[in-house]
Design a binder for this molecule. Structure first.
Ligand code: ADE
Length: 228
């Protein structure tokens, strides 16, 4: 079984590489992929870089070139559900692209040409994530994740996304990876720890909590890998 783990920022994959320690670095198309051998399991870990295009590229390379049979996205998110606090973990049940706008043609926000606004994550992987969280006494929220090529840092914008998509968290890669996985029949699980609340103070909070929240997310992913 080959499992791909993607983080968008170096901070999001460093806790994984530090944990596994022994890995082979493979350069592919000018980008680094890290191969970890765990007996029957192989992990391919990569930092995709920020945003929908690079994360979709990384997911495609992982599946089509490295043969990954499952993809886990690990990282941080802005919490827009008022219950969410910095450090809380959220498992994406479904994901949308909040910045897709072809409303001029009469379509709803987030609509993509094949008719889907939301892409589902994989229920089997999600059940494993939930079971692992429960076993370890970790609270794991389940929520709708909205993705876009924007770092959200305004109350008005986050409230719009929350209202339009009933979203609980915002980030910049999950939905694009989910679309790739959906099209390539590959199960996807997106786990994020909250780094900020996407409001006016988002940048300060993000800079302060990126590394610690990324570690929280990675630690659940590591426990999950043990179960796969
Ligand atoms: N990732 C973490 N915080 C975010 C935010 N406020 N907007 C977009 N992506 C994020």
């Amino acid at each position: 079984m080959t499992i791909g783990i993607i983080g968008a920022m170096q901070e999001e994959i460093t806790p994984l590489l530090e944990h596994y320690q022994a890995y082979e670095t493979i350069e592919f198309c000018g980008h680094s992929y890290y191969r970890v051998s765990l007996g029957k399991k192989t992990l391919i870990i990569a930092c995709s870089r920020i945003g929908k295009v690079y994360s979709a590229l990384t997911a495609s390379v992982m599946i089509l070139h490295f043969g990954c049979e499952q993809i886990i996205f690990n990282g941080v998110a802005g919490g827009i559900n008022p219950q969410y606090k910095v450090g809380d973990l959220v498992l994406a049940t479904k994901l949308c692209q909040h910045d897709v706008d072809i409303t001029i043609f009469g379509h709803p926000f987030g609509y993509i040409s094949d008719g889907k606004i939301f892409t589902q994550s994989d229920s089997t992987l999600n059940e494993i994530a939930k079971a692992v969280a429960k076993e370890n006494g970790i609270h794991l929220y389940e929520g709708v994740v909205a993705t876009g090529d924007q770092f959200i840092h305004s109350k008005e914008k986050k409230e719009w996304i929350q209202k339009e998509f009933k979203a609980d968290a915002i980030e910049m890669e999950g939905a694009s990876v989910a679309v790739v996985c959906d099209n390539l029949n590959t199960p996807i699980c997106v786990i994020r720890a909250i780094s900020d609340n996407a409001g006016d103070e988002a940048l300060i909070s993000y800079e302060e909590f990126l590394a610690t929240s990324a570690k929280i997310s990675a630690s659940l992913v590591i426990k999950m890998i043990e179960k796969l």
